[in-house]
Design a protein around this ligand. Sequence first.
Ligand SMILES: Nc1ncnc2c1ncn2[C@@H]1O[C@H](COP(=O)(O)OP(=O)(O)OP(=O)(O)O)[C@@H](O)[C@H]1O
Length: 384
Amino acid sequence: MSKILLIDDEASIRQTLKEILEYEKYQVEEVANGADGLKKIENEHYDLVLCDIKMPKMDGMELLNAVYEKGIEIPFIMISAHGTIDNAVEATKKGAFDFISKPPDLNRLLVSVRNALDKSSLMAETKTLRKKVSKKYEMIGSSKELEEVKETIAKVASTDARVLIIGENGTGKELVARQIHEQSDRAKSAMVEVNCAAIPSELIESELFGHEKGSFTSAVKQRIGKFEQATGGTLFLDEIGDMPLSAQAKVLRALQENKINRVGGDKDIKVDVRIIAATNKNLKDAIENGEFREDLFHRLSVIRINVPPLKDRKDDIPELVEKFLSDIAEEHGSKKKSIDKDALTQLKEYNWSGNIRELRNVVERLIILGADTITAQDVKKYIE
Ligand SMILES: Nc1ncnc2c1ncn2[C@@H]1O[C@H](COP(=O)(O)OP(=O)(O)OP(=O)(O)O)[C@@H](O)[C@H]1O
């Protein structure tokens, strides 16, 4: 049942609204001023606040400000007898969901309440999803090497600087890109990923820039490319070292001018994206071999982040193993297994050419095939 907080200094209005809302099966609590309202909002969860503007102690606008300043996400519907347009505009500018003048038109009020509650449940859902996503992309490990990577992420995230992430397969380059995006002002928009190695070279330009209908045989509809999809957010160009030279030229232009052209189109389209690229190749060698444009390399690598291989940060292994034991047990819906000290020592001795991805796979194998407490014998038997 949705819970609504009603704030108004007029007892008769509170009484009427409470009766109507309770009749509609909402749970309603009421207070007579903004200051008491703030206390309630801080201590309890409400799905919606219905709030008068002119009140003693703290008025409706002040309350709205205080709540949003504290970062509490809850929709407000403002109600006022002093229903001027100015009030309405100011309230909605400050983030109120709606503004209703007194005496309230009850049908309009109920529609507004319903819509605001829909928004509230969407907000809650987004919050849980975001928490789940950020848990999924958490970077585990406190070795000196990984701490340095995390520090660089924290420094660059809030800027729009382009970042080139370099590291072997499975070291966590995508995770680094996700962290930069999550910690940036662009986090409310999407991070769109393109795996440049996975797309056939004849399709990559259409994938990145989109195409107009009829621009090539299979272009039966107009299509928006990844650059446009990422507007306002981040575009992650994974395996950039595998991008064909013709596409490199176009990406360079997009980066220089913040404009793109759809394949078969003649219109320039402005794009606002932050670019993060990643590679496991040595791009300097690729430049020497004529496979990668030097000018593009410099454009992309304003900031470089080297993600060290797991064999150079073995101190992270126990924490990573612990995390994978929990995550995988949760995925399988089974009881979490433990691992003994000798088994961990054994894992630390291995050279992990497939890095963290390989470690995760080995832990999964050990969970399925090993004893309840995973032993060094299990590790020896199942590591390869
Ligand atoms: N520090 C870390 N903490 C927890 N999980 C990690 C960490 N680093 C990597 N992983 C996990 O290891 C796997 C591989 O990571 P990721 O895909 O980011 O690597 P990558 O370097 O982008 O790989 P590739 O070059 O093959 O694309 C993923 O499942 C990821 O969640």
